[in-house]
Write a protein that binds this ligand. Structure first.
Ligand code: NDP
Ligand code: GDR
Length: 373
């Protein structure tokens, strides 16, 4: 039997790394697009890397960019993929307010460029297309919980760009018969999550405080509510969507919701520390250690370990998101396997290892650069 070929844009990101692993285990030949950078940027997939001199490679990386049409056409022509997973994006909502035009170019037009490449190359019947759509489309929510039929109300340049890509995928499906699907994924996290997204910022920050590398963690809107799942569960669904007879769009979520504050509380609990919230006005809210753990030397009773910094507020915020994944369960038998508690525990465990390593390096007299964003 001939092996299936997949092309992943955004292979160096969180989902790209989990999806590449998943597809390689299913015996796919995986091609990925990585951006040229002035230093190595493939940490998340370094364990999968195969030297270009290896014969019959299963994983092939191509330099490219979603803003570069001719590059995308050439790569797609070269690898003739059975499946394209468009995961590449400027994916940070707050950053999209600072770089709206770039975000639109990559997140909106990037998807269109791939869909057009499929058409130009006459691959409409061969190549299936997955678009990484998002719960951010619901923005100012019109219905709780959100499902496939809930109206969109995007609240950031990121979400507006993703809405364009969503409808382009639907339009190319209807107009040209391309097998295209949108996965409307709610937030999903893991130890590979980018350091500036809220969950990873919390697990990284608290573990660094725990080992004495930093004093306090500065946060934005801690009342925001999210439906957080694990990336490992969600990439399985991305693949499943492309294996059906008829293409359609799916909400992928857990159906459970927590606040940013609860994420902080659970993370502290994983470290064996209890916190108490103080402060009335939103900007004065802070988390104080109430029960310490002798093994956690950087957190003593009475220490303020979390404060608010309004610089992390967004011009328009998405206050609450809660997904209804019933359609995915009904049609594809998909259910998330990893719980919120397990997710937090895994992220704390992995970040604690990194913090302990960094503390050791600092103790040996070397400076570790630490960014707080
Ligand atoms: P990441 O930010 O971790 O990864 C984004 C990937 O896109 C990286 O490989 C990045 O490359 C690449 N990329 C960025 N700009 C370009 C560009 N101009 N051209 C080509 N590639 C580019 O995101 P996630 O893995 O978390 O998310 C994957 C996709 O799913 C994204 O499209 C995101 O918007 C969407 N999504 C994510 C959700 C989540 O909760 N994680 C939920 C819903 C949707 P580099 O490594 O060089 O930066
Ligand atoms: P989000 O994720 O915007 O939902 O987009 P993020 O983790 O950045 O924010 C979640 C919520 O936490 C609040 N928040 C903070 N966020 C960050 N990053 N930093 C802070 O200090 C902070 N304090 C509070 C935010 O205001 C927000 O309400 C993610 C991305 O992965 C998108 O690409 C994806 O489409 C959506 O999830 C679903």
């Amino acid at each position: 039997m001939t092996r299936k070929v997949a092309l992943i844009t955004g292979i160096t990101g969180q989902d790209g790394a989990y999806l590449a692993r998943f597809l390689l285990e299913k015996d796919y030949i995986v091609h990925g697009i990585k951006r040229r950078a002035s230093s190595f940027n493939t940490d998340r997939i370094d364990d999968l890397y195969q030297d270009p001199h290896t014969k019959n490679r299963n994983l092939v990386l191509h330099y490219g960019d979603l803003s570069d049409t001719s590059n995308l056409v050439r790569i797609i022509q070269e690898c003739q993929p059975d499946e394209i997973y468009n995961l590449g994006a400027q994916s940070h909502v707050a950053v999209s307010f600072e770089s709206p035009e770039y975000t639109a170019d990559v997140d909106a037009l990037g998807a269109l460029r791939i869909l057009e490449a499929i058409r130009i190359l006459g691959l409409e019947k061969k190549t299936r297309f997955y678009q990484a759509s998002t719960s951010e489309l619901y923005g100012l929510v019109q219905e709780i919980p959100q499902k496939e039929t809930t109206p969109f109300y995007p609240r950031s340049p990121y979400a507006v760009a993703k809405q364009f890509a969503f409808w382009m995928t639907v339009n190319y499906r209807e107009a040209y018969g391309i097998y295209g699907c949108n996965g409307i994924l709610f937030n999903h996290e893991s130890p590979l999550r980018g350091e500036t997204f809220v969950t990873r910022k919390i697990t990284r920050g608290l573990t660094r405080i725990a080992v004495g590398l930093q004093d306090c963690l500065y946060m934005g809107n801690m009342n925001a509510l999210r439906d957080w799942g694990h990336a490992r569960d969600y990439v399985e669904m991305q693949w499943l969507m492309l294996q059906q007879e008829t293409p359609t769009d799916y909400v992928i979520a857990t159906g459970r919701q927590y606040s940013v504050r609860q994420f902080i509380e659970n993370s502290a609990k994983e470290l064996g520390v209890t916190i108490e919230w103080r402060g009335e006005a939103e900007e004065e809210v802070c988390a104080v250690v109430s029960v310490e753990n002798a093994a956690v030397t950087g957190m003593k009773a009475g220490d303020i370990i979390v404060r608010v910094d309004p610089r992390y507020y967004r011009p328009t915020e998405v206050e609450t998101l809660l997904g209804d994944p019933s359609k995915a369960k009904h049609d594809l038998g998909w259910e998330p396997k990893i719980s919120f508690e397990e997710l937090v525990a895994e992220m704390i465990r992995e970040d604690l290892k990194l913090a302990q390593r960094d503390a050791l390096v600092e103790k040996s007299g070397y400076k570790i650069m630490s960014y707080h964003e």
